[in-house]
Write a protein that binds this ligand. Structure first.
Ligand SMILES: Cc1cc2nc3c(=O)[nH]c(=O)nc-3n(C[C@H](O)[C@H](O)[C@H](O)COP(=O)(O)OP(=O)(O)OC[C@H]3O[C@@H](n4cnc5c(N)ncnc54)[C@H](O)[C@@H]3O)c2cc1C
Length: 338
């Protein structure tokens, strides 16, 4: 019997496995897809997360960004980071970096899918392995969360994300967020000749048709060759009843997700994965729910509040003007999330 079986090798699962291995636990990861895995993502990694990954020994190649710029048709406001830059990193690069570190540490990554889970008072068995604990890091639509009855049905406006890359020299060292009535378009420089654009919206349509809602961004991208295929994800909001079911612990998007509006998913996944490993080390799985809430509440509150305003037709058009009018408040919020 090993200490920890991890379902999913995304940032949450891989970081949990790395941290656990560094702490001396025996770990295996089960992942159905082949590395390096791509995913619809804005690909902006917050400074705190870059710092944490470096402490885990994960090597990343990307393009630093130094703050966040909000824009609508008439206003533009910049907030620069105080603590240090974030990093724009292709998801495939991030995944390969995580896989390389797992390999360095001798963590076994098994190709397969965790389906049925059985557990008793001392162990949990899944994918033919028995472990003291199972970590469900199987993403936004977590099949394990569903199986354990911890998910709830989506309600309200359903938002989704679509992402496309373009071969173009980045025109700024900030992540830009273009706001329109349709939604938001995030532009993250990820290499010297490549930017990623992620559009978040509740409207139906193609990436290309959505881009019409952001005329100044469309002008910026005119003539730029699209790279890779468009990828999508959603519904983004995932409400979860709890993060612990006996010896199974949920982490990352599987543990619940508000929205990609503040680009914090990876940072929260890493922060909570560190707490999860602490709880396993202490053999106190029930402490994890409180720890998860403690380290994720601020981000959930800020993202939830912004999303609430975004979904109000009277407030939404005032978000960028308000940020431009109160740049100090805007910068404080951006820095709380960095
Ligand atoms: C449009 C968009 C833009 C975003 N932009 C940003 C951003 O700029 N910055 C940021 O920090 N975050 C961003 N996020 C959020 C970020 O992508 C996620 O929070 C992050 O990927 C969560 O990692 P994870 O490991 O929980 O899930 P995932 O990365 O989805 O990994 C889950 C893994 O589980 C595997 N899996 C699935 N089922 C099983 C199974 N049954 N058994 C075993 N394995 C299984 C999958 O194959 C996958 O590899 C964005 C999200 C979206 C949708």
């Amino acid at each position: 019997m090993i200490d920890l079986l991890v379902a999913g090798s995304g940032p949450a699962g891989a970081a949990t496995a790395i941290r656990a291995a560094l702490a001396g636990l025996s770990v295996a990861v089960v992942e159905p897809r082949s590395a390096p895995i791509d995913k619809a993502c804005g690909e902006g990694i917050a400074h705190s997360a870059v710092d944490y990954l470096s402490r885990l020994g994960v090597k990343l190649d990307g393009r630093p960004f130094y703050g966040i710029r909000y824009l609508d048709g008439q206003h533009q406001v910049d907030a620069r980071f105080h603590a240090g830059p974030g990093l724009g990193v292709r998801r495939t690069t991030l995944h390969q970096g995580l896989m390389d570190r797992l390999a360095d540490l001798g963590v076994e990554v098994v190709q397969g899918r965790v389906t049925a889970v059985t557990q008793n008072g001392t162990s949990v068995t899944a994918a033919g392995r028995t472990a003291r604990y199972l970590v469900a890091a199987d993403g936004l639509h977590s099949p394990l969360r569903r199986q354990l009855g911890l998910g709830t049905s989506p309600s309200g406006d359903v938002r989704r994300g679509l992402r496309q890359h373009f071969f173009v020299r980045p025109w700024t060292d900030l992540v830009e967020v273009y706001w329109s009535g349709l939604g938001e378009a995030y532009v993250t420089p990820v290499a010297d000749d490549l930017v990623g654009v992620a559009i978040l919206t509740s409207a139906r349509g193609t990436f290309n048709s959505h881009l019409d809602a952001f005329p100044s961004l469309r002008r910026r991208l005119s003539g730029a060759r699209p790279a890779h295929t468009v990828m999508g994800a959603g519904p983004l909001r995932q409400r979860v009843r709890g993060r612990v079911a006996g010896r199974v612990l949920l982490v990352g998007d599987a543990a619940g997700y508000v929205d990609a509006l503040t680009g914090e998913g990876i940072a929260v996944a890493l922060r909570t994965s560190a707490e999860l490993v602490e709880c396993v080390l202490k053999d106190r799985p029930d402490d994890y729910e409180t720890a998860w809430r403690r380290v994720s509440w601020e981000c959930r509150l800020l993202t939830g509040s912004l999303l609430w305003a975004r979904n109000r037709s009277l407030l939404a058009p005032r978000i960028v003007p308000a940020a431009a009018l109160l740049p100090g408040v805007y910068a404080t919020i951006v820095n709380r999330l960095s």
